[in-house]
Design a protein around this ligand. Structure first.
Ligand code: NAG
Ligand code: NAG
Length: 141
């Protein structure tokens, strides 16, 4: 009984540690319709075993509570270490350049990232989702 509790707790902790974070853009950042910007998808903790598979990056209305919005990127996630990263930033990341569609509504938008990873010795498939609210300028929709 206790043993399985601790096994579950350990599993939850390791699953948590395998999630990514949107290191950039910062909340409130401004992006321009038709132009590209970098999404820095960082992995704060890489101590325990996990096998990153892919990420999907979407841009949607902040009002939408499910889903990813317009898909800006869907592909492999292969973060690498950047020892030259500034102090206080996460060294382990992948920068993904995406383009803001020209026909998005100007104003607040929700940038969303879904990360697919295989966790633990048994490689359990796991998805974690994240979002940050940014500003779109110049759009028409
Ligand atoms: C967006 O992120 C916030 C804070 O991390 C979270 O509470 C919220 O559920 C997320 N919204 C969506 C639609 O994923
Ligand atoms: C990745 O993107 C971040 C945020 O834009 C930037 O600070 C960093 O220099 C970029 N790293 C590389 C290797 O291009």
């Amino acid at each position: 009984m206790m043993k399985s509790f601790f096994a579950l707790a350990a599993l939850a902790a390791s699953a948590y540690a395998q999630t990514v974070t949107i290191a950039a853009p910062a909340a409130g950042a401004t992006v321009t319709a038709g132009q590209s910007f970098v999404v820095d998808v960082a992995k704060p903790n890489t101590i325990s075993g996990s096998e990153d598979v892919s990420v999907v990056i979407g841009l949607g209305s902040p009002a939408i509570t499910t889903g990813l919005g317009r898909i800006l990127f869907a592909g492999p996630y292969t973060p690498t270490g950047h020892p030259d990263a500034p102090l206080g930033t996460i060294e382990f990341y992948q920068n993904i350049t995406v383009t803001v569609p020209t026909n998005v509504a100007p104003g607040e938008a929700s940038l969303r990232v879904a990360h697919f990873v295989l966790v633990g010795a048994d490689l359990s498939p796991t998805i974690d989702s994240h979002n940050v609210t940014i500003n779109v300028v110049g759009g028409s929709a």
